[in-house]
Design a protein around this ligand. Structure first.
Ligand code: 13P
Ligand code: SF4
Length: 298
C-alpha cells in the first residue's frame, strides 16, 4: 500500500503532511511531520499542488487559509478537535462586545470563522512571543483556558482566558504525574501547555510537540515522562533509540488524531476527495490573523 501511495502521490504532485500525534505508520509515510506551527509554515511554503493533510480539521483549514490555490485534502474529513468546537464566532463576537476594545489571540485549534474575528493566531510554540508582540496590556485569549493561564504566568499582561480546553490534556492530573515521577525517579517531565497550570508547574519544561522532540534530542538525560498525546512517543523513540520515554498517563489519547489509516490516504489520493475549502469572506480575515503570526517568525 505504501508503494501504491508513493506512485499515485507523484502522479498527483502531492505532498503528505502529518501532525506529531498521527498513528505511527502515517508519521512514517509523511513527507513532513511536525507541530501546528511547523505544519502551517510548511503548508504555506510548499510548491506541491495538492496537500494531503493527516491531522484534524483546523490544521487542514489553516493550510487552505494560507494557500487557497492549492488543493487541501483530508483522508478522514470528519476528524475534528473538541477544543476548537468550544468557541463559536457568535460567542466570541458577544464576548468582544462585552469587553470593548481588546485584542484577541486565538490558538490555531479553532475554526476559520473564529480566526476571522481574531487579531492574531498563536500555537503552543509561539504563544508567549505572540502575546508579547501586541501593543496592549489586556488580551482575550482562547479557546484554551490552560494555554491562556500558562502564558499569563509568564507575562505581565492581563490575560482573559476563554473557558475551553483539550479534554485529553486537561485530564492529566497532578496525581498521575506524581505517580509517574515516583515510578521513574530522575526522569525529565515534559508537559504540553494545554495541560492544567498545576501540572505544568511540575514540569521541567512546557513545550509544543516539536519542542519536546528537540528537547529530547538535545538533552543529556536518558529518561523522559511525556505529558502530551501518546502519538508523540513513536517519533521520540525512533529518533532516540537509546533513551526511554514514558506516557504520563495512558489516557492521553486523542481519538480524532487516530482516525486515519494507510487505506484512507490511498483512497483519498485515488479519488481526490475530502477537499477542505474556506469561503473567501472568512478566509481573508482569517488569513490576516494567521499570517500576522507567521510573520513574527520571519
Ligand atoms: P502542537 O503540536 O502545536 O504542540 O499542538 C498540539 C495539539 O494539540 C494539536 O492538536
Ligand atoms: Fe484537539 Fe486535544 Fe486532539 Fe489536539 S489533542 S486535536 S487539542 S482534542
Amino acid at each position: 500500500m505504501i508503494k501504491q501511495i508513493e506512485a499515485i502521490k507523484r502522479q498527483r504532485r502531492a505532498i503528505i503532511l502529518a501532525h506529531n500525534y498521527q498513528p505511527p505508520e502515517i508519521q512514517d509515510l509523511a513527507d513532513l511531520c511536525g507541530d501546528s506551527l511547523e505544519l502551517s509554515r510548511l503548508a504555506a511554503a510548499t510548491d506541491a499542488e495538492t496537500i494531503i493533510f493527516c491531522g484534524v480539521r483546523f490544521m487542514a483549514e489553516t493550510a487552505a487559509i494560507l494557500s487557497p490555490q492549492k488543493t487541501v485534502l483530508m483522508p478522514r474529513p470528519e476528524a475534528g478537535c473538541p477544543m476548537a468546537d468550544m468557541i463559536t464566532p457568535e460567542a466570541l463576537a458577544s464576548r468582544k462586545a462585552e469587553l470593548g476594545e481588546i485584542p484577541v489571540v486565538t490558538y490555531v485549534n479553532s475554526t476559520a470563522a473564529v480566526k476571522a474575528l481574531s487579531t492574531i493566531c498563536c500555537t503552543s510554540a509561539n504563544a508567549l512571543e505572540v502575546v508579547e508582540s501586541l501593543d496592549a496590556d489586556r488580551i482575550l485569549m482562547g479557546p484554551d483556558r490552560n494555554l491562556a493561564l500558562n502564558i499569563a504566568a509568564r507575562t505581565t499582561k492581563e490575560i482573559i482566558p476563554w473557558p475551553g480546553c483539550c479534554p485529553y490534556h486537561d485530564r492529566l492530573s497532578v496525581q498521575e504525574v506524581t505517580d509517574a515521577r515516583r515510578a521513574h525517579p530522575g526522569a525529565v517531565f515534559l508537559a504540553h501547555p494545554e495541560c492544567r497550570p498545576e501540572v505544568v508547574a511540575l514540569a521541567d519544561a512546557a513545550l509544543s510537540t516539536s519542542g519536546m522532540l528537540r528537547y529530547a534530542r538535545e538533552s543529556e538525560k536518558n529518561e523522559f515522562i511525556i505529558g502530551t498525546e501518546i502519538g508523540l512517543l513513536h517519533t521520540l523513540a525512533k529518533e532516540n533509540p537509546h533513551k526511554r520515554f514514558y506516557a504520563a498517563s495512558e489516557n492521553l489519547v486523542c481519538p480524532d488524531m487516530k482516525r486515519i489509516s494507510l487505506a484512507d490516504v490511498l483512497g483519498c489520493l485515488e479519488r481526490m476527495d475530502g477537499r477542505v475549502t474556506v469561503p473567501e469572506e472568512i478566509r481573508r480575515p482569517a488569513y490576516a490573523a494567521v499570517e500576522r503570526m507567521i510573520a513574527l517568525g520571519r
